[in-house]
Write a protein of this length. Structure first.
Length: 179
């Protein structure tokens, strides 16, 4: 989660606008793509922060890059650019996602497993653990971790649920040594 107060304020403004217009999901999806673009192309952020390039050219560049995007999304980028906060774009997207997920009663979670999860397994995990954190569902990100040996490790915020074979073996080892 972002520690940027400015990113949070900009994200809240866009979120409220998106909610009023019933476009929260659309804008959230666009912002995810936008985040990928900025993460994969570090030079883009540097170019947009450069004082050598006029503001009008920067806006023109953004308009060309994201020409199919929702006008609210583009306007948010322009506001970040005008406020010299374009370096906050990734934090801004993260904050928007937090607002959108909270309003939809969704939590983001990371599942570590030895192999990719099927849709059925993902849905089962989401149903089982969403109730434990007081949400309706979980948005899962599956990461393959061969060190687990078997089972899964689930991280929701700062909570970790570990039912991996390696964790069970470690607990068994501690119990045997401790007794």
């Amino acid at each position: 989660m972002s520690k940027s107060v400015a990113a949070k304020r900009y994200a809240l403004a866009l979120f409220e606008l998106a909610q009023q217009n019933g476009q929260t999901t659309t804008i959230q999806e666009e912002l995810q793509e936008l985040k990928k673009v900025f993460q994969e192309n570090e030079g883009l952020g540097q170019l947009l922060e450069s004082p050598k390039l006029p503001l009008a050219k920067k806006k023109e560049l953004l308009a060309d890059l994201f020409k199919g995007a929702n006008q609210f999304t583009l306007n948010a980028l322009y506001v970040l650019l005008d406020g010299k906060r374009i370096n906050e774009v990734i934090h801004f997207v993260d904050e928007f996602n937090t607002f959108a997920n909270d309003s939809a009663s969704i939590a983001e979670a990371t599942v570590f497993s030895t192999q990719p999860l099927s849709d059925e397994q993902s849905q089962s995990i989401s149903n089982a653990f969403a109730q434990k954190v007081g949400k309706q569902s979980l948005k899962l990100n599956n990461i393959i971790d061969p060190t687990l040996l078997g089972g899964i490790r689930l991280q929701i915020g700062n909570q970790i649920y570990d039912s991996s074979v390696s964790a069970k073996l470690e607990r068994l080892k501690r119990d045997l040594i401790g007794s």
